[in-house]
Design a binder for this molecule. Structure first.
Ligand code: SF4
Ligand code: SF4
Length: 466
């Protein structure tokens, strides 16, 4: 059997969004319909709804995701993390990062095209508004060519930009609700901006940045700023599923009916719909955000010319080169192991998470005192109620065979939600029982459930027994 011939496409040496004179080549990608576009629209709608709904959903007395900067607490789906629990974020962030690496090694840049907020809002909110007001890509280009004195241009572009500013302000308001809650946001909205000038200032700047990004900067953020795109070359290989063009089938390009040509009819439809302006026929490129517009566009062309779909497809480079694709390969295992470690530690930490926090600090001054016939060690016991309701705790000490008494913790301690209480306690040991330093534990017991949080410390006394 003859080996299929590979036709090498000319290599692109310029960035599509930069014109020859160095100015910005503003893209007007054409609209597209198809299976992937529909799926992407559904998933983007769901993601936007989740973004809007999360501050409204109450779990454990707080919004499902609430970063309470004032109280220095982070409420996450019913769990409350205080500042001293922030180490958990290391595992959350590393677990998420390795999950992304793992998914990228198998599915390519799927996050960018399907779940990144930049793409979700740009493609499914701003560009939809733009098409609604200005029409399709060719009508937008027509408007581009008109002077600003033209009433059509002034009217349509004016309305579009006003809507862009309103949408940007709405997104920023919802974002702020993640930090001040919906109730807090509403209270700020009905009061004078001067009362919350810092939040108002942030809101104005953030709205300006979003407006700039979605109205003008657009794909440049993916091409110039986003570091994830730069990582693609090290995260993916020839077995990764990516959007690609079947060169063996498509080349040489030529009109329908011409002898000896491949399936690509050179219509350029795949380029016209690309939001980053690239030609996928020149191979997998860093600028490709995996949106799959070109697949849907080419499939429509293939249907029209009655050729099989899939000239541009979502598959591995090996498959397109008629080689075997290996899903499970060393790099996938490495990312999988790292992802599992991060997620396992995170899950274990959250499942053993205490709704109360206890800290024990020795009081400044002398480490111990001799009082009557006792040796005393003084501590501050700080307890934080991290739950959403008022809780009652008792404080106990355990020191094995050492008959240590705790003074100052005879009464139970009532702590309101998210508040802390500090008790000065004295641990006292009869002097004739002193044999040298020993460890003890202080127990904070939840009176309702009996759950305990413990802290260990050392009892200190004089060097000699006398
Ligand atoms: S090449 Fe295709 S998948 Fe990649 S960004 Fe352009 S349209 Fe989207
Ligand atoms: S849409 Fe398909 S047929 Fe048209 S140029 Fe692109 S790859 Fe070729």
């Amino acid at each position: 059997m003859n080996e299929p011939t590979r036709h090498v496409s000319p290599t692109r040496e310029s960035v599509t969004t930069i014109a020859e004179d160095g100015s910005r080549n503003f893209l007007r990608p054409a609209d597209v319909t198809g299976r992937y576009t529909l799926l992407r629209r559904v998933s983007a709608t769901l993601l936007i709804l989740i973004f809007i709904a999360l501050p409204y959903i109450q779990m454990g007395g707080y919004p499902a995701v609430f970063i309470d900067i004032g109280q220095r607490r982070f409420h996450l789906f019913g769990y409350t993390l205080a500042t001293q629990d922030m180490w958990l974020f290391f595992f959350l962030v590393s677990g998420t990062g390795f999950t992304l690496f793992f998914l990228t090694a198998i599915f390519g840049r799927i996050f960018c095209g399907w779940a990144c907020p930049q793409t979700v809002f740009l493609e499914h909110v701003y560009r939809r508004i733009e098409r609604l007001i200005e029409g399709n890509a060719s009508k937008q280009k027509q408007l581009d060519s008109l002077p600003w004195s033209d009433p059509q241009k002034l009217y349509r572009r004016g309305i579009k930009h006003i809507l862009f500013v309103i949408v940007s302000a709405l997104i920023v308001h919802i974002f702020i609700a993640y930090f001040v809650s919906i109730k807090g946001l509403y209270a700020m909205m009905v009061s004078s901006p001067l009362e919350n000038w810092d939040v108002f200032f942030f809101m104005t700047i953030a709205t300006g940045i979003l407006y700039f990004n979605y109205s003008w900067f657009r794909e440049q953020l993916c091409l110039i700023i986003c570091p994830y795109g730069r990582l693609q070359s090290v995260l993916t290989d020839d077995d990764t599923l990516v959007v690609g063009y079947d060169e063996l089938r498509g080349e040489p390009r030529g009109k329908v009916g011409k002898e000896g040509v491949g399936d690509c009819i050179g219509c350029n439809r795949c380029v016209q719909v690309c939001p980053t302006g690239i030609d996928i026929r020149q191979g997998y490129q860093m600028e490709c955000v995996g949106c799959m517009n070109c697949i849907d566009a080419c499939n429509v062309v293939m249907d029209t010319v009655k050729r099989p779909r899939g000239l541009v497809s979502y598959s591995s480079a090996n498959k397109r080169a008629r080689q075997k694709t290996r899903i499970l390969r060393p790099r996938v295992f490495v990312y999988l192991i790292l992802m599992c470690i991060g997620l396992a530690v995170m899950t274990f930490s959250v499942s053993t998470y205490d709704s109360a926090s206890l800290s024990l600090t020795r009081m400044p001054g002398q480490p111990f005192y001799i009082r009557n016939k006792n040796i005393d060690n003084q501590f501050n016991v700080r307890l934080i109620n991290k739950s959403g309701q008022t809780e009652i705790y008792s404080i106990h000490v355990r020191a094995g065979e050492h008959p240590v008494q705790i003074l100052g913790a005879e009464q139970t301690v009532t702590v309101t939600p998210m508040q802390e209480e500090v008790r000065a306690v004295i641990l006292s040991l009869p002097r004739d029982k002193w044999t040298g330093p020993f460890d003890f534990t202080v127990h904070l017991r939840h009176e309702d459930t009996g759950a305990e949080v413990t802290r260990k410390a050392t009892f200190i006394g004089p060097r000699s027994k006398n």
